[in-house]
Design a binder for this molecule. Structure first.
Ligand SMILES: [Zn+2]
Length: 421
């Protein structure tokens, strides 16, 4: 479940402020102010920090503009390095590293981190300024790897780095032309993020369990499967997520298996898709459920019955494991509610929602002690308008897009939280 930062040591953060540097920065800030909107990637570094112990080691780079570069592994002349190409630094600086990074140095065109062990880039995260943090930040997480792995990544990255630096040089030339008075704008490169968040989509019912029957004809199990497949395609197209489905065909899956699968995949978010039925055909709208207080009482029992053990670090004193497990459960509940609250306004924009629509229930699929989970009723199949909406491509598309937006916002927040720890 994401990155463990518990054992990361604090390290050498060092802002640098020489007079010469300040002057360069003033000029570059002025350039950014005048032309930043056009040029996009004028990023000057104001601070570099390296913390961690190799599992992972986290590099944070503060810049005054968005920086789109990737980090590359290099092994030229037998020196192991991580190289981060930068567009417009006219000054130099250096500092000591931590956790596998011995020293770092900033030179025009690139930021380099010398390594004392084989490491590779686990992920790169780019953060915009937030309320308290006015700079842009690039976060590079490094992991210790085998020599063989390092060598093969370095070989691959050699070509990629040359290509990136070539493209950057061309872009600088282009900017120079623009500075000389040409006014055509340049679109910023699409934002790329690191490896994926694991999202598990659970299509309700299936096989011999049809779920609710639609007033228009058709069954809930087909509606949920279609929605799950559409949502998967939408998320996978983004590149930011690793998407898993508890079923992708018309088969019966036990409740226990759905939860066990999600836990085995290290799900960061579990979304169970359903469509409701009501006695009155006038009842319509989507609704979201998270675990109820009553359901919570079942978590421990089901967890021990199914061997859903919350991973607690080896060697943790016995008296603390219970407290840690409780913290994980509470955190999971908070996250589930947070996602539900993000989902509602998006669903409201996409179609009708039920009044008091964030509800609590003891649904079995919500019982994992350590996977944030919601159960989403997409609408009522007993209501003609809802049934039509959910059985039409357009209606389903609106719903899945709404869910995707909520997922995006949810993980944006998670990333900010991890980064500011
Ligand atoms: Zn259902």
């Amino acid at each position: 479940m994401g990155i463990q930062l518990g054992d990361v040591k604090t390290g050498a953060g060092r802002p640098f402020h020489s007079a010469e540097l300040m002057l360069t920065r003033v000029v570059s800030v002025l350039l950014t102010l005048c032309f930043g909107a056009v040029f996009g990637a004028f990023a000057d570094v104001s601070q570099v920090r390296v913390v961690g112990d190799g599992a992972p080691t986290r590099i944070t780079i503060w810049t005054d503009a968005a920086e789109e570069a990737e980090a590359f592994v290099s092994n030229t002349a037998g020196v192991r390095r991580i190289i981060f190409p930068l567009r417009s630094n006219g000054y130099s600086a250096e500092g000591l590293g931590n956790g596998g990074v011995s020293v770092w140095s900033l030179n025009p065109g690139r930021l380099e981190f010398e390594l004392d062990r084989p490491m590779s880039v686990a992920r790169v995260l780019r953060l915009p300024p937030t309320g308290t943090e006015t700079a842009y930040r690039v976060i590079i997480d490094l992991e210790t790897v085998s020599d063989a792995r390092f060598t093969s990544v370095a070989r691959r990255d050699q070509r990629r780095l040359a290509k990136a630096e070539d493209a950057a040089a061309k872009a600088v030339e282009k900017d120079a032309v623009l500075l000389a008075g040409v006014t055509t704008g340049r679109k910023p490169a699409p934002r790329r993020t690191g490896t994926g968040h694991v999202v598990v989509i659970d299509a309700g019912h299936g096989g011999r369990d049809p779920g609710a029957i639609a007033i228009t004809g058709g069954q809930e199990k087909d509606v949920t499967l279609k929605a799950a497949l559409a949502l998967r395609d939408l998320l996978e197209a983004d590149g930011r997520y690793v998407v898993k489905l508890t079923r992708d065909t018309d088969v019966f899956v036990d409740h226990e298996d759905r939860v066990t699968k999600a836990r085995n995949w290290n799900a960061e978010l579990f979304i169970s898709l359903h469509a409701d039925a009501a006695g009155a055909s006038s009842v319509s709208g989507a609704s979201v459920y998270t675990i109820s207080a009553r359901g919570e009482g079942r978590i421990d029992r089901e967890a021990s019955r199914n061997n859903w053990i919350i991973p607690i670090e080896d060697g943790t004193p016995e008296r603390l494991t219970g407290i840690l497990a409780d913290l994980v459960k509470r955190e999971t509940k908070t996250r589930s509610a947070e996602f539900a609250e993000l989902l509602l306004p998006e669903l409201e924009r996409a179609g009708p929602v039920l009044r008091n629509t964030h509800r609590n229930a003891g649904f079995y699929v919500l019982l994992a002690p350590d996977v944030p989970a919601v159960l989403l009723e997409l609408g009522f199949l007993t209501n003609a308008a809802d049934a039509k909406r959910l059985q039409s491509e357009k209606g389903l598309d609106a719903s899945t897009r709404a869910i995707k937006k909520a997922i995006d916002t949810y993980f944006d927040r998670q990333e900010l939280r991890v980064a500011s720890q």
